[in-house]
Every structure is written in structure tokens, then in C-alpha cells.
Write a protein of this length. Structure first.
Length: 128
């Protein structure tokens, strides 16, 4: 069976978001997020998911983006993918989705909130 590659946004802590081709396979996704995956809905944009490290906060991965809609912070590398409900599988992001996701990430990049994350979450984080 052929591997499915999709266009996604991958964001490492402390770096700019990048458009990358990602293989939709558990092992490939785990390699990118550096561990077990957790999937959460992307805030305010229906049909998109954020894939991140399920244990990222427990193992002290670096802060990546704030997610104020969930009163939370994504740590470690993240992947943003589209989700096709009819097929029940992830899909490539459209150009419009890429634009919206990049705007959201830029606005909520943890680097922009140095010294304020502790107040936001009530915990102490080290920022790159």
C-alpha cells in the first residue's frame, strides 16, 4: 500500500512555521513530534487538527504556541493538518488554510510572549 503524503504546516519551538510534505503514518507523525501523538482540533478553523506530543509538558519540551481558546500552550513540535470527515482521514491543507494557520501561529508564537506565559498559565516556563 502506498504511503499517503499531505501538505502540512510543521512548527518547531523557536522557529518559523514551515510548509512540509508529511507522511500520514503513525511512526512518521511520532518522529516529527518526538513521541506519542495527541490530536486536538485547531481553534476557530473547522476541519483542521493540531498534532502534538501527548507528554510534551511532562517531559519539558520547549514552548511553541499559545492556544488561548483552550487556555493552553502547545509545547514541542506541532503539525497542522486538514481532516476529511467523509473519509475519516487527514488531508492536505489548502492555500487559504495555510494562510490562516500561519497568521494564527505568528500571532500566538510563544517567543512573542516571553515573561507573560507564566501569567497566562500560572506556571513557569523556559522560553528559547
Amino acid at each position: 500500500m502506498a504511503e499517503t503524503k499531505v501538505k502540512a504546516i510543521v512548527k518547531e519551538p523557536g522557529k518559523e512555521a514551515e510548509i512540509k510534505e508529511v507522511i500520514i503514518k503513525l511512526e512518521s507523525l511520532q518522529k516529527i513530534v518526538k513521541g506519542m501523538i495527541e490530536i486536538i482540533p485547531f481553534p476557530d478553523i473547522e476541519g483542521l487538527d493540531i498534532i502534538l506530543n501527548e507528554e510534551g509538558k511532562l517531559i519539558n519540551l520547549d514552548p511553541n504556541i499559545l492556544i488561548p481558546e483552550y487556555n493552553d500552550l502547545a509545547v514541542g513540535p506541532i503539525i497542522v493538518l486538514g481532516f476529511d470527515e467523509d473519509k475519516g482521514d487527514h488531508r492536505s491543507l489548502s492555500e487559504e488554510e495555510i494562510k490562516k494557520v500561519k497568521e494564527y501561529i505568528k500571532k500566538n508564537d510563544a517567543r512573542e510572549f516571553k515573561g507573560k506565559i507564566e501569567d497566562f498559565l500560572g506556571v513557569d516556563f523556559h522560553i528559547l
